[in-house]
Design a protein around this ligand. Structure first.
Ligand code: SIN
Ligand code: FE2
Length: 221
């Protein structure tokens, strides 16, 4: 019998759902997991980016990626004409990448544990910046030395539609909306699933402004 309570739940259903959503056998979206960390994370992130600013990289095929990239941690993911790889130094400065800030590392470890991956030891954090229109084509994260550790992905700023595909490029991907503070963790049997991001829609995020920033933590070395 629909009444005021039913209406209340109907309204709730329209809002961002809280908690943990399973999107694969060993993959989860942890809704709002990063929100309590944002105030501590943002100054740390700003320091990292002052040292290693965002830059647009070129794929081995000669395409300039629409997302701008930076990294922190012992290893940073880079691409240029000679290929994709992890490097201990920022190719722009020839200096080591900025250290991975403690709060970022702890957030990634706790998110991994929440999704069932204990003892995550991230040594690489790739930082992607998407302005409206920027996207990430379907790809696998496979430049890491081993695939036993999961990938932990933190979304900040403008929403995105995350594509979570299968093990071949042609598998039809699931579309998962990601919002500020959401964390996606995929590992185990899902570790090599294709994934990507549809072009970001124009907008203004109250904290992050007209952009989306995504952090992906991996164990690369
Ligand atoms: C990535 O796969 O590198 C980024 C995914 C995202 O931006 O959500
Ligand atoms: Fe990726």
């Amino acid at each position: 019998m629909p009444g005021p309570t039913a209406d209340l739940f109907a309204d709730d259903a329209l809002q961002q759902p809280a908690g943990r959503e399973q999107i694969g056998e060993e993959s989860y979206v942890l809704r709002g997991f990063a929100l309590p960390w944002i105030d501590r994370m943002l100054p740390e992130l700003r320091q990292v980016l002052a040292q290693s600013p965002f830059r647009q990289m070129v794929t081995p095929g000669g395409f300039t990626m629409s997302a701008a990239l930076s990294s922190c941690g012992e290893l940073g993911w880079t691409t240029d004409a000679s290929g994709y790889r992890y490097s201990p130094t920022d190719p722009h400065s020839q200096q080591p990448w900025p250290a991975m800030p403690n709060d970022l590392r702890r957030l990634a470890i706790l998110a991994a544990a929440d999704a069932g991956f204990i003892d995550f030891e991230p040594d690489a954090c790739l930082i992607n910046r998407y302005v409206p229109g920027a996207k990430m084509s379907l790809h696998q994260d496979k430049n890491e030395r081993r695939y036993s550790a999961p990938v932990v992905s933190v979304s900040l700023g403008l929403p995105a539609i995350f594509l979570f595909g299968g093990h071949t490029r042609s598998d039809r991907p699931k579309k998962v909306s990601l919002f500020h503070g959401d964390v996606v963790v995929w590992g185990g049997v899902d570790r090599l699933r294709f994934h990507g991001v549809l072009p970001i829609q124009a907008g203004q995020h109250p904290i992050m402004g007209p952009q989306r920033i995504n952090l992906t933590f991996r164990t690369a070395g």
